[in-house]
Design a binder for this molecule. Sequence first.
Ligand code: HEC
Length: 122
Amino acid sequence: MSARTVTSLAALGAAALLAAGCGGGSHRSVPGASASHGKQLIEYYGCGACHAISNVTPHGTVGPSLVGYSSNRQIAGTLPNTTDNLIHWIERPQQIAPHTTMPNLGIGPKGARDIAAYLYAH
Ligand code: HEC
């Protein structure tokens, strides 16, 4: 394989990654939600014990990092990462992934919405 072919293949790979949404740093806003209240709830429920979350300690490693979550494509590899799906996941993860080890923490829809707003903004 010539050096030139290798270079163009690498360029193609980079273009595919960009098209797939990786490398985009976009943040989303959630209408009617309070991201700052979401952060308080994240601390209250101890999400940081299992996840890395911006400006939240500790930075747990049991679950995946949630830093820059708005550019994730899927939620737990199952559903498209939409606001409604993220809220649903935070409220009842087992309804989406029955065997997940992420606990159901008994969070209601309003709280889950605020938490989603924080995750999407950071
Ligand atoms: C006991 C550890 C634990 C706690 C506490 C916890 N999670 Fe999780 N979480 C996990 C694990 C493990 C996964 C991966 C689940 C899977 O892929 O099945 C996960 C997955 C997630 C995902 C999807 C990640 C992805 O890759 O798409 C989000 C979002 C999430 N958690 C948010 C939260 C929030 C918000 C809280 C606090 C309200 C929280 N988690 C508390 C363990 C935890």
